[in-house]
Unconditional design. Sequence first.
Length: 331
Amino acid sequence: MLEKFWGEHDGVDFPHVVLAQQFSREQLEKIFILTSILKKEIGNGKMVEWLYGHIVLTLFYEPSTRTRLSHETAALRLGARVISSENAAEFSSAIKGETLEDTIKIVSAMADLVVMRHKATGSAQKAASVNASPIINGGDGLGQHPTQALLDVFTINEHFGNVDGLKVAMVGDLKRGRTVRSLTYMLSKFKGVEIYFVAPKIAQMGEDIKRHLDENKIWWGEEEEFQEVALEADVIYMTRYQLERAVSEEERRELEEVSKSHIMNRNVANDMPETSIIMHPLPRVEEIRWSVDQNPRAKYFEQAANGIYIRMALLLMILNPSKAVELLNSN
Ligand code: CP
């Protein structure tokens, strides 16, 4: 039964989406099948009423283009109504000192599901622990961004037809990037994947993630240069250096300097294997040159568009699981 779909993780019951590692491989496969069905059924701009009568709240304490708007588009296309606080840090009662838990209790009387982005790591779990409306984590500080990982792995699976055995290189600010943390957790569910972390020391992936890979017997390696890795990898996952998260002016300057050594340009892209792909969670700044957009390996805009269908699948599974089961069974 889909009602039991999510199981329990870290004390958080279904139907919250808070951590990439909460999903089993079987669950991921179901989500990807449903996403493909929805992409086919509703990808042509169709509107349906499968979520008619539901209200979805997007509660964003940090800026966003893709995550907030794609959840809203997904909800609207499925027939739900949307209410939004797009600058909740300033324009919600958080500014008056209201706790996140109180806010979630209050908004749960107004919305059937809350998509939340917050600057504090662990805030999604905190919001979910209130056990009110379902919470979808749209990014929590330096923690995770599980729906981004879902759309990333869906895009990889859609392109290659599988994920097992692929070589994935993550490039850039891996220390401050929540998307790469969630992506690594999710890739660890697949067999024989190899992960390269390509970053200077001040931006390398956290020890907790490397420990997780060791525990799950997933091969990983660290590199500082990425030109050679680009010759071998199936997926190059570029990320932005998150200067706004630097803890001092000195760190900010240092990050700005090292960011110049990890640029995906026309030459690096052309040298990559023909079947390989270039991904990026976006927004990009300088790390992928505009000229790469014309390269057939560039997947990042398609990747972002897939976010709408992944989020449709999640909303449907949470708010109308019987329709999700019907679609899955009819496939
Ligand atoms: N990838 C991503 O999270 O983009 P936004 O910050 O625009 O939501």
